[in-house]
Design a protein around this ligand. Structure first.
Ligand SMILES: Cc1cc2nc3c(=O)[nH]c(=O)nc-3n(C[C@H](O)[C@H](O)[C@H](O)COP(=O)(O)O)c2cc1C
Length: 200
């Protein structure tokens, strides 16, 4: 019998800047022993080559299973394949639009459509700035359907000293959304600084 705890998480990486978020997600899942199904869009690969030293094969190896974005016959294309949900990290505005309108032209969109119809957890890390009305409309529409909009906006209360720490903090918070508490780095545990006015 399959259980929710053994079900894989679908990880999609699309062509927005911040590919490292998806890659760190895969590393965290691998380290925690959580199976992952990866699908990278064609423009995710272009963006990755532009902004990182990762290779396509190296990133695919981090996942339990990797799918081509053209493969509509993949397991994650069907609701009968059990998953614990899906995260799109980062999520381009094109993919956001496709998911919001049900226009599934790649496996990324189809897998998200499946997660929506099965009422499973869908978390998007939309990455664009500034945002136009179309982007905001799509986000609101999806949010009202229960999709978690989690733009990768850094927190600073844990006093990060590197980009890695900023990325890790966001990844930790995103995985919390799936009940996967894989890291305790930089969790807020109450104010530690001196109260306002008490500083020398
Ligand atoms: C280096 C690079 C950075 C990009 N950054 C973004 C971005 O931050 N947000 C976005 O919506 N699109 C971005 N784009 C454009 C998308 O890649 C493009 O719209 C593409 O069609 C997205 O397709 P996909 O959603 O199938 O990955 C970027 C493209 C490149 C080459």
């Amino acid at each position: 019998m399959s259980t929710a705890s053994s079900a894989p998480l679908v990880v999609a990486i699309t062509g927005a800047t911040g590919i490292v978020y998806g890659v760190r997600m895969l590393e965290r899942l691998r380290d925690a022993g959580v199976p992952s199904h990866l699908v990278m869009s064609k423009w995710a690969i272009q963006t990755m080559l532009q902004e990182t030293d990762y290779t396509v094969e190296g990133v695919k190896r981090l996942a339990t299973t990797a799918h081509s974005p053209d493969d509509f016959g993949a397991a994650i294309s069907s609701g009968s394949f059990l998953t614990r949900g899906m995260v799109v990290a980062p999520c381009s505005m094109r993919t956001l639009a496709a998911i919001a309108t049900g226009n599934a032209t790649t496996l990324v969109h189809r897998a998200a459509d499946v997660v929506l119809k099965e009422r499973r957890r869908l978390v998007l890390l939309p990455r664009e700035a500034p945002l136009n009305d179309i982007h905001l409309d799509h986000m609101l529409r999806l949010s009202r359907m229960g999709v978690v909009m989690f733009p990768p906006v850094p927190a600073f209360y844990h006093r990060p000293t590197s980009v890695d720490e900023i990325v890790d903090h966001t990844v930790m918070r995103v995985l919390d959304q799936f009940g996967l508490h894989v890291d305790d780095t930089g969790r807020w545990s109450g104010r530690t600084a001196a109260p306002l006015g008490a500083r020398a």
